[in-house]
Design a protein around this ligand. Structure first.
Ligand code: MLT
Length: 410
């Protein structure tokens, strides 16, 4: 008899975005004429940059010639990509990294979900609440934080509420926590932390031997000064933080899949006797056993993001989505809703109108305006009473959606 990992029974039966898909599909079947505008999942709509396509195509052709064919690549990723990553994403911020500290992968979702495997099952975990569900669910699957109590909270998880009341700034825990997931610019609230605020987390982690798992997938959307683009801008972060980056949201790789994770050499975890072990070595060991890397053409395509033309094109895309974000912000404000985010992030976090919870507002927008959002409660208990819209749709659809909302009456 194949006995299952019962921790899987402790997670919600559906991943939030799969649940939304099912509901929208049902609605579309029942209302075939409804012109539905999807502003739920954070999936991009603009095509890959031309600079990327050109190199991607060339690399695919290379795979068809004996002289240039590539088989398994290096476990950490090709140096031609890693060199560009370090030179463009970190050196301008005054951050030096060695090539061995970068691990190219097929997504920040996979890496943020998998990283917990190298830590003990008894490690304590803190997440901001609301939060990207992957961090929580991967820890439940591992048996670290289940089961969920009647109040919809996992008993063993440390929740760091981010709400209107605290300006969406998580409070530093009063107790030591081993692993802390921070995502900034934040998904789902679209808010950011200043350098000073992030520095407090680094200080906490250093004092408590904690590790910060810093998801910077939305870094390209930062518009304001004094917002850290990398946690390594904070002094001392190399000893306490892993950073996750992605080509999905800046360069449109959601369907192409390429990302990378930074694991500094100084970062240590401890065995049960208190002896230090290199997290970089453990992650390398994990990846070599379980992952064969990202395909050669995709790594070539990702490296083209750093060409002058690639950089110009991704700036245009980010500007395009940020224009959508400002249209959404203005329209919803004019409509009388309280909104957050959308300034350094493609996500707009909306307080639901009086008397409506997250799912009721989701249904209201779907039924009355044929707009799909993401109910805030799907991101955790403190997301109740909010709904997230993304700026990743087309300008045309974004304007159409806002026009529809302006005609609604609450
Ligand atoms: C989201 O909508 O939160 C993201 O698209 C999910 C993801 O990036 O996996």
């Amino acid at each position: 008899m194949a006995v299952i990992n019962e921790n899987y029974l402790l997670i919600k039966s559906n991943y939030i975005f799969a649940e939304i898909d099912q509901r929208v599909e049902k609605y579309q079947n029942d209302n075939p004429d409804a012109d539905i505008i999807r502003m739920g999942i954070g999936d991009v709509t603009r095509p890959l940059p031309q600079a990327v396509i050109e190199k991607f195509t060339e690399a695919v052709k290379e795979m068809g010639e004996a002289e240039t064919f590539q088989g398994y690549g290096p476990y950490r990723g090709y140096d031609f990509l890693i060199d560009e990553i370090i030179k463009n994403d970190f050196n301008p911020l005054g951050i030096e990294l060695s090539n061995e500290e970068i691990f190219v992968s097929d997504g920040a979702k996979c890496d943020t979900g998998n990283i917990q495997e190298i830590f003990d099952v008894t490690s304590t975990v803190a997440v901001t609440d609301p939060v990207y569900p992957v961090y929580v669910e991967s820890n439940v699957m591992a048996g670290r934080i289940g089961p969920m109590g009647d109040d919809g909270r996992y008993d063993k998880l440390v929740y760091l509420p981010c709400t209107e009341e605290n300006g969406f700034v998580p409070e530093i825990p009063k107790i030591p926590v081993d692993l802390i997931y921070l995502c900034y610019p934040n998904n789902p609230t679209g808010t950011v932390l200043t350098k000073e605020q992030l520095a407090k987390w680094v200080e906490y982690a250093r004092e408590n031997n904690s590790i910060i798992l810093f998801d910077a997938a939305y870094e390209a959307y930062i518009q304001e000064d004094d917002i850290p683009r990398s946690i390594y801008e904070i002094e001392g972060a190399r000893e306490v933080a892993i950073e996750f980056r992605s080509f999905s949201k800046n360069a449109g790789f959601t369907g192409t899949r390429c990302a990378y994770t930074v694991v500094p050499q100084e970062l240590m975890g401890y065995d049960s006797e208190g002896n230090p072990h290199s997290i970089n070595n453990l992650w390398y060991r994990r990846q070599t056993s379980k992952f064969n890397g990202v395909s050669y053409p995709i790594q070539v395509a990702a490296s083209a993001v750093y060409s002058p033309k690639g950089q110009e094109e991704i700036r245009e895309s980010v500007d395009y989505y940020m224009k959508n974000a400002s249209i959404i912000r203005k329209s919803l404000k004019d409509f009388g809703l309280s909104i957050y985010g959308g300034v350094n992030s493609p996500y707009i976090w909306i307080k639901t109108p009086e008397g409506m919870d997250s799912w009721q507002f989701f249904d209201f927008l779907l039924n009355e305006a044929h707009i799909v959002g993401t109910p805030g409660v799907g991101f955790g208990p403190s997301g109740e009473g909010y709904l997230r819209l993304t700026a990743f749709n087309t300008l045309e659809n974004t304007k159409k959606a806002m026009d529809r909302i302006s005609k609604l009456s609450l």
